[in-house]
Design a binder for this molecule. Structure first.
Ligand code: GDP
Length: 349
């Protein structure tokens, strides 16, 4: 029931009132702007289509908050063009402000959309929660949820078909929320999760994520309970690798190169190796005492996993299992590509 419209690419719409934080969110998540610099962003005053360098092509449409697309015939928006291919509509609510107007607007949008575009996943970002103490964040989310439920209830809609996320651009919460949003749009996510769960079992990983490297959104993770700490470690590790790549460049490695640099015990004897032309890296974090490993799957995706302490002895087996998982993932994305948009959705896989 949560699948997006099938034709074309899945699209994300980012909506909300003026100054709620939409431009900041897309700049920080999709363009790596440091959060502090969002103070100088111009508020959104028009619809911005933004195509991303990511494993799927999302479009973030930054809607001006002051325009009411349903009630103002002067704008005569082509609603079908806007909503027919939307996978998820993200509504940003500024938690530091009085949010009654925002929840009212959202309720109106929900009422307008549910008839013609019931496939759209509605995701509410209760945003700028960095100003609130940890305990208080869920209270605010509950307040926003209740206001919307009340308003929809008054209009005869009893079920609240939407999810809520407490977000801030000043910590990892915005990336985690986007991860959840994106995961809803992935066909057969369960299979991806099962693959990662198997990988964790065979390699004795504590936690494994499949990252979209450029955005640090995770596409899937294994079945162990999610925790912010492991996501933070893995996402920081992705940053390290990206910085490294930016400085030193990236290149496919020849067999000769591998022979010179990667002897045993890291690698199996050469005849057992599977060719790997993408980046791979392992590092021990001094605070956690646990090694973290990263393996690129393709230009956009990478597996990042937290290993158990002392896993180094097992690197040959681990590398072999990771190779198998990478192959499986490549096949997975090959198979699940929408047939009518193979070139645009995923040019590399
Ligand atoms: P837009 O009009 O919805 O595009 O909103 P902007 O992106 O221009 O953001 C408005 C203001 O909110 C800016 O000054 C941002 O720095 C600030 N802002 C955005 N996100 C956050 C957040 O997570 N926490 C805090 N404290 N401020 C934020």
């Amino acid at each position: 029931p949560t699948r997006p419209a099938t034709k074309g690419k899945p699209r994300l719409l980012l909506m909300g009132q003026r100054r709620s934080g939409k431009s900041s969110i897309s700049s920080v998540v999709f363009h790596k702007l440091p959060p502090n610099e969002t103070l100088f962003l111009e508020s959104t005053a028009r619809i911005q289509k933004d195509s991303l360098n990511s494993f799927m092509e999302f479009q973030v449409w930054d809607f001006p908050g002051q325009i009411d697309i349903f009630e103002n015939p002067a704008y005569s928006f082509d609603l079908d063009a806007i909503f027919s291919e939307v996978g998820a509509l993200i509504w940003v609510v500024d938690s530091q402000d009085d949010f009654s107007e925002a929840t009212h607007r959202l309720s109106m949008v929900v009422l307008n959309l549910r008839r013609d575009y019931p496939h759209i996943n509605i995701e509410v970002f209760v945003h700028k929660v960095d100003a609130l103490a940890e305990d208080y964040r869920q209270d605010i989310v509950r307040d926003v949820r209740m206001q919307i439920a009340d308003e929809l209830g008054d209009n005869g809609v009893e079920e609240l078909n939407m999810r809520f996320h407490a977000t801030s651009i000043y910590d990892h919460s915005i990336f985690q929320a986007f991860s959840k949003v994106i995961q809803q749009l992935i066909p057969r996510l369960g299979q991806l999760e099962a693959m990662l769960t198997n990988l964790c079992r065979s390699c004795r990983f504590e936690k494994a994520y499949l990252f979209d490297v450029n955005t640090k959104i995770y596409i899937a993770t294994d079945s162990t309970p999610e925790d912010m700490a492991s996501y933070e470690i893995c996402s920081d590790y992705v940053d390290v690798i990206i910085d490294f790549t930016e400085v030193y460049g990236s290149w496919p490695r020849s067999q000769q190169w591998r022979e010179r640099l990667e002897g045993e015990p890291w690698m199996q004897p050469l005849e057992n190796q599977v060719a790997c032309e993408w980046a791979e890296s392992t590092m021990v974090l001094s605070d956690a005492q646990r090694p973290v490993m990263l393996r690129e799957v393709d230009r956009f995706l990478a597996i990042v996993a937290i290993m158990k302490e002392g896993s180094y002895d097992k690197m040959p087996q681990i590398n072999m299992n990771v190779d198998v998982a990478v192959k499986g993932l490549t096949e997975f994305f090959e198979i699940t590509k929408p047939k009518d948009s193979q070139e645009v959705v995923n040019p590399v896989l």
